[in-house]
Every structure is written in structure tokens, then in C-alpha cells.
Design a protein around this ligand. Structure first.
Ligand code: DAK
Length: 261
């Protein structure tokens, strides 16, 4: 698959890295990036051999510095609507991929870049990372789900402060806010991502897939219905070879060999 703004690198069996690759524009999300992301995410969703996706930005300075301001400045209302709808849909598809998606934030994650990171399942930040929703500086509000995902991650008051002031936060503060799960030295970012990806890849594929499904789909349900969904999925997993193998391996005091069935 040939892309001009993305790179897809299979790093290890089951572990793929997707890099937004426009370093001269700090990896800003142009309509072309969004169109290529759409294609890439669809291909990733269809690849049953994949276990974990790592998402990062090219170069040392930025993860993604936002939606492309130069492109947005030229958009007609209809083009703006199309751009926004496509980006919202592709972020949602990324979020609902049947495998865990980890953002490796190596620098600026601003505006649409912060929103892209938040559409991943969790964020590992380098100590050089910087997060923010600076759209109010441009006379607009976040448009790729930032007001909603940030609120779910850090709570209403903290989200409101960041969205209304446009204030940027460094990695340590983002960690304290609950926006990122880990902060590591910049040189260790990929290693930390791989460490977590390998842990996941060693687990039962069906179990990981449905655990993610439950968290992503359950969080917007009321507790009773969400817990019922969990019980239903648990029942479903009882029919898998992976469950039989995982429990047999425990009882036989040996590592499990999961087949993903
Ligand atoms: N878009 C386009 N180009 C960008 C960019 C961006 N977001 N950010 C940086 N660049 C480009 C710069 O223009 C510059 O290009 P050249 O001049 O070299 O051609 C190059 O990247 C290097 O940037 P700087 O020279 O500015 O580098 P500095 O180190 O001085 O500053 C910076 C780095 C990240 C602090 C600065 O570049 C910056 O402030 N960038 C903009 C950050 C920002 O405001 N991001 C949010 C963008 S708005 C919506 C839909 C979508 C959205 C909103 C609403 N609706 C449907 C309602 C999304 C909005 C956004 O994401």
C-alpha cells in the first residue's frame, strides 16, 4: 500500500507502527492525511494477524501539530464539513479497531493532534511531548472530538480549562491530569511502546479484542446494561479454544499457547 503522508512499518509479528509523515509541517493533518488514514485504518481492521497498533509522528519535534491550518484557511463551508466528517469518522474507526492502539507522543500534540492521540486507546508520552487544544487562538473550537474525549479522560473542569484557555501542558502535567498513562525519556519511547505491545501480543487474542470492545462500547451505557454486556461477552468467551487453553495451561503450570479461536 503506497502512501505519501503515512508510513506503515511492521515492527514484529503482530505489531504495526503507523507514522504520520509530514515532518516539514509538523505532521499537520491535511485532507490527504485524513484520506490516507481512512484507507490505512480500513486495511488494519481487515488484517486478522495484527495484535497491536502503535501510532506516532515523524521527526523529533511533533506527534501532530493539529489539523492543517493552511488547508483549513482555504476551505469553503462544504469542504470544511466534508473534512470534519471524514476526520471524525476515521478517528472513530481507529478507536474501534479490534486491537489495542497506543499513541507514542514524541512532541507537539496540539488541536487535531491531541484529538488523534486521545482517539487511541492510551498514550505514552516522551518527556518532550506537549499537549493542548489551542483552537480558541484561531477563533474555532475543537472539531475532531476533543471536547468529548478530553472530558472523558480528565474530567469536565480540567477539560474546560484547557479548551477555553488553549493552554498547553507538558508531559508531566498531562500525566498528572490523567491524559497520558506513561512518560518516558524521548529515546525510550518506542521501546516502551514495544514492551507494552509484546505484553499484549502474548495474551489471548480474542480476550484482548473483547476486553477492548467492552471498555469502548460499555463506557457510554448505564452501569446495568454495561455489566450485562460484560456478562454476555464473558459467556461468549467461554466458548473459545483460547479460554480452554488458558485455563488448562494455568492448571498444568505451563505458559498458554493461544490460537485466537
Ligand atoms: N497546520 C499547518 N502547518 C503547521 C501547523 C498546522 N497545524 N503547525 C505547524 N505548521 C507548520 C508551520 O507553518 C511551519 O511551516 P513553514 O513555515 O516552515 O512552511 C512548520 O510547520 C514549522 O512550524 P513553526 O515554524 O511554527 O515551528 P515552531 O517550533 O516555531 O512552533 C508550534 C511550533 C507547534 C508551537 C507552532 O507551529 C504552532 O503553534 N502550530 C499550530 C498549532 C495549532 O494551533 N494547532 C491546532 C490547529 S487547529 C473543526 C475541525 C477541526 C479542527 C477544529 C474544528 N470543526 C469542524 C469545528 C481542528 C483544529 C486544529 O487542529
Amino acid at each position: 500500500m503506497g502512501f505519501s503522508t503515512l508510513e506503515l512499518d511492521p515492527l514484529e509479528p503482530g505489531i504495526l507502527r503507523l507514522t504520520i509523515n509530514r515532518p516539514k509541517a509538523l505532521n499537520a493533518l491535511s485532507p490527504e492525511v485524513i484520506a490516507e488514514l481512512e484507507e490505512a485504518v480500513a486495511a488494519i481492521a481487515a488484517d486478522a494477524a495484527l495484535r497491536v497498533l502503535l501510532v506516532t509522528g515523524a521527526g523529533e519535534k511533533a506527534f501532530v501539530a493539529g489539523a492543517d491550518i493552511a488547508a483549513m484557511s482555504q476551505m469553503t463551508p462544504l469542504e470544511g464539513r466534508e473534512f470534519s466528517n471524514r476526520a471524525l469518522a476515521v478517528f472513530r474507526s481507529l478507536e474501534l479497531l479490534p486491537i489495542p492502539v497506543i499513541a507514542l507522543v514524541n512532541g507537539y500534540a496540539l488541536g487535531g493532534g491531541c484529538e488523534l492521540a486521545m482517539a487511541c486507546d492510551w498514550i505514552i508520552a516522551s518527556d518532550k511531548a506537549q499537549f493542548g487544544q489551542p483552537e480558541v487562538n484561531l477563533g474555532i473550537c475543537p472539531g475532531f472530538g476533543g471536547t468529548q474525549r478530553l472530558t472523558r479522560l480528565v474530567g469536565r473542569a480540567r477539560a474546560l480549562e484547557l479548551v477555553c484557555t488553549g493552554r498547553q501542558v507538558k508531559a508531566e502535567e498531562a500525566y498528572a491530569l490523567g491524559l497520558v498513562n506513561h512518560v518516558v525519556p524521548a529515546a525510550d519511547l518506542l521501546a516502551k511502546g514495544l514492551e507494552q505491545a509484546r505484553l499484549i501480543a502474548a495474551k489471548g487474542p480474542v480476550a484482548v479484542k473483547y476486553a477492548k470492545h467492552l471498555v469502548q462500547r460499555g463506557q457510554d451505557l448505564d452501569l446495568d446494561n454495561a455489566c450485562q454486556l460484560e456478562a454476555d461477552v464473558f459467556g461468549l468467551l467461554c466458548a473459545t479454544e483460547d479460554k480452554a487453553e488458558g485455563m488448562r495451561a494455568f492448571l498444568e503450570k505451563r505458559p498458554a499457547k493461544f490460537s485466537g479461536r
